[in-house]
Structure formats: structure tokens, C-alpha cells
Design a binder for this molecule. Structure first.
Ligand code: HEC
Length: 165
């Protein structure tokens, strides 16, 4: 009787953990009430800055392979996958209209959210191609895929990022 009860509890706990793990891996790029937590404009800017720099770091590592400065290895795929994963966070970073003194985010991001979302989706698609190229291990193919990623960065920065402050 007792052990049955405990087994039931353990099952519930395991189920809960599995659900939690699933939740923490699934990146929901739509904006929900949960994203609307109170952050200051400065915090929002710093979070965006950190994410964009992380994206830049993975790009640099992949660029070295594309240029033949480094041989492709298992790390190349990890950088490509990390780049793709980070690119899925771009929309979330701009969920709230927050522009600090230092922020280069333009109000057009929110007045034209559909266009901004498309620019973010273009980056996600371009980075997915980098993952495929990285798995293939051909530096030229990685370089070509990175070229499209560069275009996707510019495709958003041009309309939605203001001049340096
Ligand atoms: C969908 C839009 C979008 C895409 C795609 C995008 N960015 Fe950005 N990025 C922005 C905006 C907007 C800012 C300014 C944010 C701010 O200042 O609050 C920014 C800022 C930056 C910054 C400056 C960070 C800082 O403040 O010092 C870097 C670096 C950067 N992006 C790199 C990249 C790279 C590299 C890519 C492509 C792999 C990329 N971004 C793709 C919108 C985008």
C-alpha cells in the first residue's frame, strides 16, 4: 500500500521533470505574457548586447574554418548549432519596446513587428544552412552559408538598428 503510494509519487515527479526538461529546451519565439516581465531599458539593452556578442563569437569561430585558418572538427558543428540556437532568441530579445540611452534599437522594430520578425526568421533559416554545411565539413560550403548569414544580419540592422551612440 505504502510502496504503491510512493511509486505513484515518484512517477509524478519523473513526469514533472521530463515536462520541465522539455519546456526548457523548446524555444517559443512567440511573445507571451510571461515574456513581459519587468526589465529596465538598460537591462534589455545589455541582454541584447550579450546575445549579439555570443552570436558574433560563434561566427568568428566558423569564419576561421571557412578561411582555412582552422580545420573543421566536432567543435565546428557545436558552434554552428549554437549560432542557430541563439538566432532563435532574437525575437524574444525585442519582445518589449524598450530603448535605453545607449540602445540602437529603432522604434520601427515595434511599429513594423511583422517585418522585424521576418528579418529574424531569415537569420534562423540562414543559420540552419550553416549547421548543414558544418556537418558536411566542407570549408567552402561553410563560407557560402556564412555569407548568407551576414546578409541576414545586415537585412535587419539596416532597417531596424540606428546609428552608433
Ligand atoms: C532581426 C534583427 C536582427 C538580426 C537578424 C541581427 N541583429 Fe544584431 N542587432 C539588432 C538590433 C536592433 C541591435 C541594437 C540593439 C540595441 O542597441 O538595443 C543589434 C545590435 C547588434 C550588435 C551590437 C551589440 C552592442 O550593442 O554592442 C552586434 C555586434 C550585432 N547586433 C551583431 C549581429 C550579428 C553578427 C548578426 C547576424 C548573425 C545580427 N546582429 C543579427 C538586430 C538584429
Amino acid at each position: 500500500m505504502r510502496s504503491k503510494y510512493f511509486k505513484g509519487l515518484a512517477g509524478l515527479a519523473l513526469g514533472g521533470m521530463a515536462f520541465f526538461a522539455y519546456q526548457s529546451f523548446a524555444v517559443n519565439t512567440s511573445v507571451t505574457a510571461a515574456d513581459m516581465m519587468t526589465v529596465s531599458a538598460e537591462e534589455a539593452h545589455e541582454t541584447r548586447e550579450g546575445a549579439m556578442k555570443a552570436i558574433g563569437g560563434h561566427l568568428k569561430a566558423l569564419g576561421a574554418v571557412a578561411k582555412g585558418e582552422m580545420a573543421p572538427d566536432a567543435g565546428t558543428v557545436v558552434h554552428a548549432e549554437s549560432l542557430a540556437a541563439m538566432s532563435h532568441t532574437v525575437k524574444l530579445l525585442f519582445a518589449q519596446e524598450l530603448i535605453s540611452d545607449k540602445s540602437r534599437a529603432k522604434p520601427e522594430i515595434w511599429s513594423d513587428w511583422a517585418g522585424f520578425s521576418k528579418a529574424a526568421d531569415d537569420l534562423s533559416m540562414a543559420t540552419a544552412a550553416v549547421v548543414e554545411a558544418a556537418k558536411g565539413g566542407d570549408p567552402a560550403a561553410i563560407g557560402a552559408a556564412l555569407g548568407d548569414v551576414g546578409k541576414a544580419c545586415g537585412g535587419c540592422h539596416k532597417p531596424y538598428r540606428g546609428p552608433e551612440k
